[in-house]
Structures are given as structure tokens and as C-alpha cells.
Design a protein around this ligand. Structure first.
Ligand code: NDP
Length: 485
């Protein structure tokens, strides 16, 4: 297949592209047209073995290098990603269908931020000295060893970097499996890391479906698994990792609340609701998909939202003027269409959207339902598409109870001009990542992750170091050692 999007080979192992056409073929489809733009092959047991064993071998010397040396390579890779931002963004758009307008500012750039941040932090990773009278103890911060990263399809470049950067900074090796829906971008991340000087084997990419992910998780050589995916997959991977007490990070799904009080800056609240529901066509785990609007401002909110949605520009996502792309796949589009049908059946009021767009590809109109009640399916289940559920409320106490009445706990947001209330509400949220008068910002300096069924552990920030390293405690006796006999 000769296409500009066709990678050199399916896998990247031990510093080079590797092919094995014995693996099941995986067609890569451009979501904006439905056309096949590349083909890769799923990893065979031999490919999985090569990826794990080369990573395991390479990790030993990598961990012996100084943090400054490791960090320099990561920071060089960050620079290269920024220089190649256009090319990487075009590829991200082909892989996911997200508009270039988004990918050019949110994907390779976010990946580069992670590489730069953890590259800078690598040199600062230390243990501590603990004085115990004349004796003393110290801790060594050591890598975990061989880490497996498994990605979802919505942010393939970002996820590959958010997992790879802290893992490598701490002295680990990583084998990364992208979602089979978006296999292209992680290969570029591996290529750039190695061009930047990463020794061969430290960041390997293998393709495949869930069975390949499961084989990686089950392997006895693996010390840690970091998954971005749905709650059901998370439960399976967590259980598989438990068999050999592997470390885990689980970044899973959500059904996050966004609360808009009647004193809020309405225009900003509408912006927050748009960003938290329609960016990446709604395919964002932390989206604020249950929008609770205080009764007095409900109709003005809906009016302004409907007006602002006239600014949606659908079309070829590679066109920089386009700001709204398709669903990632036909399957995802069908899932979301099913939820839209459920919303109608269960009596929600369709304010706008609700249909497929009259064009090729997997486009759905941005959809807003009002009069949604807590028991409706669209208010309880993660949809992962451009469907906003608007619910109304009267009091703070009532809305807090309803906002937290979910198994998920990824994110939550509040719009209000009342400073005290904003902090009180955030303190009451049962969620890992919260927003006041904004929504969905995810800078690398801020920990990101969920509570309850939405996950375990944190990505980004200093917090991620805890999840890619372990402490060794060393007691040093300076005084005479006494024993009872
Ligand atoms: P899935 O849970 O279907 O898949 C996630 C990854 O796990 C894929 O690479 C998948 O492979 C792999 N996988 C599937 N089964 C297994 C298994 N038994 N063992 C090991 N790996 C397995 O999620 P999606 O790709 O559909 O992504 C959407 C989900 O991701 C949403 O629920 C969303 O909320 C969540 N998400 C969470 C984020 C967060 O940070 N909290 C961020 C982004 C998304 P394959 O798909 O190739 O079969």
C-alpha cells in the first residue's frame, strides 16, 4: 500500500521499524471519508516477545545513566516534536479525524510538553536523608523496570507521550500498544524518541487489539501497566495485573458533572459547556456531559448555546477552517446514535442536532438534550460523542447530591462568581480533576486522573513520578548493634 499515511512498518522495536505480516491485518480508516489510508498487522507472539525482551535488556543501562543525561534526550525529543508539529498534527488528524485546528495545538504540543516537563524533572529525582539519632536512613528512588502502556483512540500522540515521558524519565523502559483504531501516531513518537538519542529498545510500539494488550499485561517480565481506556477494560486489565501484583495506573471513563449557578458569567459558562462536550466531537474522557443549570438561567443558557452552535464548521478535518470533525469510527458513531435514540425514547427534549450530517464519513451533529432527568440513560452512561445532557436544579445542596450520584469520578466543574461557593462545591465533588470557571484544561504541570470507577493513580505533574518509580529504604547503623542473645 503506497499512501502518505502508511507507516514504514507495523511495529517499532529495538530502535527500528519491524514488520511481521503473519499478524492479522488492521485497516486504518480516515474517519472523515471512511477510506482505508493504511494497513498494519497485529503483533504475533514473536513480535511481542521481541518487544518485551529488548525493552527488558535495554532498561538496565538506562537506569544507570544520570537523570540529567536521560532528561537531555527527552527534552531533545520535545524540541523535535515541536519542529515537526505540522506533520504530526496532519497524521493525528488522519488517525483520529479530529480537526487540524485542534490537533495542531493540542496533541503533539501536549506530547512535547510532557517530554520537556519530565525531561527537566529527570535530573531532580532523588531520595531523602532521614536522621535517626546517630544512625540514619536514606531512600533511593528507583525505576519500576519494564512498563506497558495501553492507549485509547482519542488522543494517540498525547497518550503515548503522557505514559512514555514519566516512565523514561524515571529510568524505565516502555512497550506501548496503541488502540487498533489509531495505530499510526505512537510509531512517530517512538521514531522521534530514538532520533533524539534514546537507546534502542527503551520505547517499543506494538500493534494489536485487546488480545495483544492482554498478552503484554500477563507477561511476567512486566512490572507496571498504565491503561487509558474504558471502565470495563480497566477492570479486566486491573484484575490481570493483580495476579502478579504489578503496579497500575488506570485512566478510565467518566460521566462528569458541570454545574452552572445563576450568578455565573453566562457567556463563559456556555464556552465551558461547549469545550466540555464538543471538543474532539465529544470524544474526551473528562467531558462535563451532565450540565446542571440553575433553574433561573436555564432558558437563557439554552438560547445562547443554540446560537453559539451555529459557529460549528463541519468538513474535511484537514482544512484549518473546520472546527468540528467526525466520530473516530463507524462503530463509535453507531454507539452514539444509539444513545441519541435512547434520549428521545426516554423523553428528553431535543434542543438541537440529533442526526448524522449529510456527508461522507462518520459525522454526527452536535446534539443538546434538555429536560434530562437523573435516571435517563443519557445521564448515567458515558456516551463518548457530541451529546450534551442539560439538567436543571434549584439548590446547591440538591445539585451536589445529584452530581456525585454516579459510579464515575473523573472530573467535575463549576461556574459561579461566588468565590466561597466555588471552593466549597469543588471540595464536595467526588472527582479527581476539577475546574472552576473553566473546563478540560490539562496542562502537564497539573495532576490528571480520576477517583471512584474512573481510575487509579495520576498522570502528569510530580504526582506521576510516584507511579513510575519506587522507594528503597536503607537503614545505616552507626552505633553498636545489640542483639538479645
Ligand atoms: P477500550 O477500553 O475499548 O480500549 C482501551 C485500550 O485497551 C485499547 O488499546 C484496547 O485495544 C485495549 N484493550 C482492550 N481489551 C483489553 C484487554 N483485555 N487487555 C489489555 N488491553 C485491552 O477504550 P477505547 O479505546 O474505546 O477508548 C475509549 C475509552 O477510553 C472511554 O471509555 C474513555 O472514557 C476512556 N478514556 C479515558 C481517558 C482518561 O484519561 N481517563 C482518556 C481517554 C479515554 P483495542 O481497542 O485495540 O482492542
Amino acid at each position: 500500500m503506497t499512501s502518505p499515511t502508511q507507516p514504514t512498518a507495523s511495529h517499532f522495536i529495538n530502535g527500528t521499524y519491524v514488520e511481521d505480516t503473519n499478524g492479522a491485518p488492521i485497516d486504518v480508516i480516515y474517519p472523515a471519508t471512511g477510506a482505508v489510508i493504511a494497513r498494519v498487522h497485529s503483533a504475533t507472539p514473536e513480535i511481542i516477545h521481541q518487544a518485551l525482551s529488548s525493552a527488558k535488556a535495554a532498561q538496565v543501562d538506562w537506569a544507570r545513566m544520570s537523570g540529567t543525561e536521560r532528561g537531555r534526550i527527552l527534552r531533545r525529543a520535545a524540541e523535535m516534536m515541536r519542529e515537526r508539529n505540522h506533520e504530526l498534527s496532519v497524521l493525528e488528524t488522519y488517525d483520529t479525524g479530529k480537526p487540524y485546528q485542534e490537533t495542531s495545538v493540542a496533541d503533539a504540543t501536549s506530547g512535547a510538553d510532557a517530554l520537556e516537563y519530565f525531561g527537566g524533572m529527570a535530573a531532580t529525582l532523588t531520595g531523602e536523608h532521614i536522621q535517626l539519632g546517630e544512625d540514619w536512613a536514606y531512600t533511593r528512588r528507583e525505576p519500576l523496570g519494564l512498563c506497558v502502556g495501553i492507549g485509547a483512540w482519542n488522543y494517540p500522540t498525547q497518550i503515548a507521550c503522557w505514559k512514555g515521558a514519566p516512565a523514561l524519565a524515571c529510568g524505565n523502559a516502555m512497550v506501548f500498544k496503541p488502540s487498533e483504531t489509531t495505530p499510526l501516531c505512537a510509531l512517530k513518537v517512538a521514531e522521534i524518541l530514538h532520533e533524539a538519542g534514546l537507546p534502542a529498545g527503551l520505547y517499543n510500539v506494538v500493534q494489536g487489539l485487546g488480545d495483544v494488550g492482554a498478552a503484554l499485561v500477563a507477561d511476567a517480565q512486566v512490572d507496571k501497566v498504565s491503561l487509558t481506556g474504558s471502565v470495563p477494560t480497566g477492570a479486566k486489565v486491573y484484575a490481570a495485573a493483580a495476579g502478579s501484583i504489578k503496579h497500575v495506573t488506570m485512566e478510565l471513563g467518566g460521566k462528569s458533572p458541570l454545574i452552572i449557578f445563576d450568578d455565573a458569567d453566562l457567556e463563559a459558562a456556555v464556552s465551558g459547556a461547549i469545550l466540555g462536550n464538543f471538543y474532539s466531537s465529544g470524544q474526551v474522557c473528562s467531558n462535563g456531559t451532565r450540565v446542571f443549570v440553575q433553574k433561573d438561567v436555564l432558558e437563557p443558557f439554552l438560547e445562547r448555546l443554540t446560537e453559539r452552535l451555529k459557529g460549528v464548521v463541519m468538513g474535511d478535518p484537514q482544512d484549518p477552517a473546520v472546527n468540528f470533525g467526525p466520530m473516530v469510527s463507524a462503530r463509535q458513531m453507531q454507539i452514539v446514535e444509539g444513545y441519541i435514540a435512547k434520549g428521545r425514547q426516554e423523553g428528553a427534549r431535543l434542543v438541537t442536532g440529533g442526526a448524522r450530517a449529510a456527508r461522507d464519513g462518520f459525522f454526527l451533529e452536535p446534539t443538546v438534550f434538555a429536560d434530562v432527568t437523573d435516571d435517563m440513560t443519557i445521564a448515567r452512561e458515558e456516551i463518548f460523542g457530541p451529546v450534551m445532557a442539560v439538567l436543571s436544579f434549584e439548590t446547591e445542596e440538591e445539585v451536589m447530591a445529584r452530581a456525585n450520584a454516579t459510579e464515575f469520578g473523573l472530573a467535575a466543574g463549576v461556574f459561579t462568581r461566588d468565590l466561597v461557593r466555588a471552593h466549597r462545591v469543588v471540595a464536595g465533588f467526588e472527582a479527581g480533576t476539577c475546574y472552576i470557571n473553566t473546563y478540560n484544561d490539562a496542562p502537564v504541570e497539573m495532576p490528571f486522573g480520576g477517583s471512584k470507577m474512573s481510575g487509579v493513580g495520576r498522570e502528569n505533574a510530580k504526582a506521576a513520578i510516584e507511579h513510575y518509580s519506587q522507594l528503597k529504604s536503607v537503614y545505616v547503623r552507626m552505633t553498636e548493634l545489640e542483639a538479645p542473645f
